[in-house]
Design a protein around this ligand. Sequence first.
Ligand SMILES: [Zn+2]
Ligand SMILES: [Zn+2]
Length: 117
Amino acid sequence: MGTIFEFICTGCGYSAEVSGGADVGWKVRTQTMICLGCCELVDVATGPSLSLQPPAEKRRRCPRCRSRRFEPWGRADGPEMNCLSAQSALEVGAEGRFDCPKCGEMMRAGNIVALWD
Ligand SMILES: [Zn+2]
Ligand SMILES: [Zn+2]
C-alpha cells in the first residue's frame, strides 16, 4: 500500500502531493523525484513491485511535462515502510532531505491525502 502526503514548503508555500520517497504499492514501485523539466515534485513509477529487475529508464517520464530527467527526492530507497513507520520517520525528519524544488527551503509533510495500491 502506498501513501501520498501533502508536502508544503515552509519558505514559499509550494505544495505537492507525493509519497515523499521510495514507495511501493500492489503493482508498482514509485520514487518521488524532482523533475528537471518542470521543477515539480512527481511520483515516478520505477518498476513492478514484485520484480527485482531494475526499471527500464525509458519508462520513467514526468506525468506533467513528459521529461525524462529526474533527481530522486526525499527518503532514500531503503527498507519498505508501512504507513505508520513512514509517518513517524517523516515526523522526526529521519534520513532523507525534503528540500523545496522551487526555493530550497525545507518542506514539511502534512496530511495523508491518499492511499493507493
Ligand atoms: Zn519553497
Ligand atoms: Zn516535468
